[in-house]
Design a protein around this ligand. Structure first.
Ligand SMILES: [Zn+2]
Ligand SMILES: [Zn+2]
Length: 260
């Protein structure tokens, strides 16, 4: 499959010089998606069909809820709930049928005969409920976009020397994105480029994880009266940056330029 390569967002994220450029891209995509689902596009039939079917996870419902567009959220929920109830009707029918078989089996053994089949059917329906409870249209489209950005990253890494140099001098990557990057690099780069990329990231890992460690240790020292009058150095936001480095951006200052 040929991708349309849009290098601008990846370059923009690189220029921000944050703790992880992929975190910046992910957050930008997430905010864009949230606006999309509360905005006019949720009324477009194809978007509506997808929202009704997939819904959103806890984190993303909380995010939509915090955006103070209660009517937009309600409109989306109304038709999503219709679809949930249709699916639940089918599930309830099957559950009730199994329940009846089990009740009629009396003290029957759950491991044998009709009772066994009915118990299995309950597990099947539990799985169907779990699938409904786990699906999130936003998580899915973020993952899809991030796949494209990873591909674009390696396109730039291979063809744009400035980009490669800039990455070499960056603050590196958070753990989740480091794992993803190594996987994609192993698939997409030739032997020489892969070797060089891995040398670059291991160097970045060592230097930047050391830096974060120093910052968090200095932050703790600052609570000791003996260090009271010393400067905070670079440690004021060490807690946030350590969390974000270890698990991907989730706390503190936005990883993107929100002014633009
Ligand atoms: Zn990251
Ligand atoms: Zn989600």
């Amino acid at each position: 499959m040929r991708y349309h390569i849009d290098t601008i967002p990846v370059w923009d994220a690189m220029k921000l010089d944050g703790e992880c450029l992929m975190c910046a891209l992910e957050r930008k995509t997430e905010l864009g998606e949230a606006e999309r689902y509360l905005g006019a596009s949720v009324m477009e039939p194809d978007v509506r069909v997808k929202v009704n079917d997939r819904g959103f996870c806890r984190k993303h419902h909380a995010m939509l809820f915090s955006m103070s567009n209660r009517l937009g959220h309600a409109l989306m929920l109304e038709s999503h709930m219709i679809e949930i109830r249709q699916k639940m009707d089918r599930i309830n029918d099957k559950l009730e049928k199994s329940a009846k078989q089990l009740v009629n089996a009396g003290l029957g053994d759950k491991l044998n005969g009709k009772a066994k089949a009915a118990t299995q059917e309950i597990l099947n329906q539990a799985q169907a409920v779990n699938e409904m409870a786990d699906s999130c249209l936003m998580c899915e489209s973020i993952a899809e976009n991030m796949g494209r950005y990873l591909h674009t990253f390696f396109h730039l890494y291979q063809h744009d020397t400035d980009f490669r140099t800039k990455f070499k001098n960056s603050k590196g990557l958070c753990l989740p994105h480091l794992g993803q990057m190594l996987e994609v690099a192993a698939q997409e780069l030739n032997a020489k480029d892969l070797g060089e990329f891995v040398q670059t990231v291991t160097k970045l890992n060592r230097e930047n994880y050391d830096r974060i460690q120093e910052d968090i240790s200095w932050f703790i020292k600052k609570f000791d009266y003996r260090y009271e009058n010393e400067s905070w150095k670079n440690s004021k936001d060490a807690v946030e940056r350590t969390v974000n480095k270890a698990r991907g951006w989730c706390v503190g200052k936005e990883p993107i330029d929100t002014e633009r």
